[in-house]
Design a binder for this molecule. Structure first.
Ligand code: AMP
Length: 227
């Protein structure tokens, strides 16, 4: 029987939420939080080569991207929501993304480090880092002039070959610094993974985004209570 138009339930499409996740270290800690919020990927992202994954929640799909690309995906509408480190967000020129939740995972420190027991050889020390904006802000706040050299990885090498006096890099256990004869000097920033939201999605998909933020906040709280 054909239903009369007036009795048909209006079709209200559940807005599809696209969540950009950072692959690598943060991913393994993000998945349990998502699972606690009722979102389980159809395939294991650690094994699958697919970069878009469906989930147990029909309104939610996941993108697997590099941590430094998460802000671009969320800012330009490729994803509504993203997860990435504070270290990455601090490098963005403008803080346009909403950052409603500290997920409390991927904890580490952005640190200034140098060769064990050695003072800088230059009057204006050279600092090698991937984190140029955070490094500049750190030294500007101290009123200290430095030359910042942008590197894309293996920063620990720079002081060993005289390329730089100091480095600014992420430190977790400190093993990488120690293995290269370097010592931590000062903390530039405490780092953890954050949930970021596209401002337009915050408005147009408000209910779905708010529900995700609330569910993840509850999962973070439960995890904190267990720790
Ligand atoms: P560790 O030896 O445990 O101090 O780790 C330091 C190395 O791991 C450095 O090469 C860092 O760039 C990298 N690292 C540490 N923590 C993180 C993190 N949360 N996210 C990405 N890379 C990290």
């Amino acid at each position: 029987m054909i239903e009369a138009a007036s009795t048909r339930r209006p079709f209200v499409a559940e807005p599809m939420l696209t969540v950009a996740l950072s692959k690598g270290r943060i991913l393994t800690e993000t998945l349990p939080l998502l699972a606690a919020a009722g979102i389980v990927p159809d395939e294991d992202p650690a094994v699958s080569r697919r970069l878009i994954l469906g989930t147990s929640s029909p309104g939610v799909r996941l993108l697997i991207v590099g941590p430094t690309d998460v802000p671009a995906y969320v800012l330009h509408g490729g994803a509504d929501v993203g997860v990435t480190g504070k270290d990455v967000l601090a490098e963005q020129e403008q803080a346009i993304l909403y950052e409603p939740l500290d997920l409390g995972i991927g904890r580490c420190r952005l640190m200034l480090a140098g060769r064990e027991g050695l003072e800088p050889s230059r009057a204006q020390p050279r600092v090698a880092t991937k984190y140029v904006a955070s490094t500049r802000a750190f030294f500007a706040a101290r009123g200290q002039q430095v030359d910042v050299i942008k590197l894309y990885g293996s920063m620990e090498l720079a002081p060993l070959v005289g390329l730089a006096d100091w480095i600014v890099d992420l430190v977790d256990t400190g093993n990488t610094l120690r293995a290269n004869g370097l010592a931590p000097l000062e903390t530039v920033m405490e780092v953890s993974a954050r949930l970021v939201v596209n401002p337009a999605s915050w408005k147009t998909k408000h209910a779905a985004v708010r529900r995700l933020v609330a569910d993840l906040a509850a999962a973070v709280e439960r995890q904190g209570a267990r720790a």
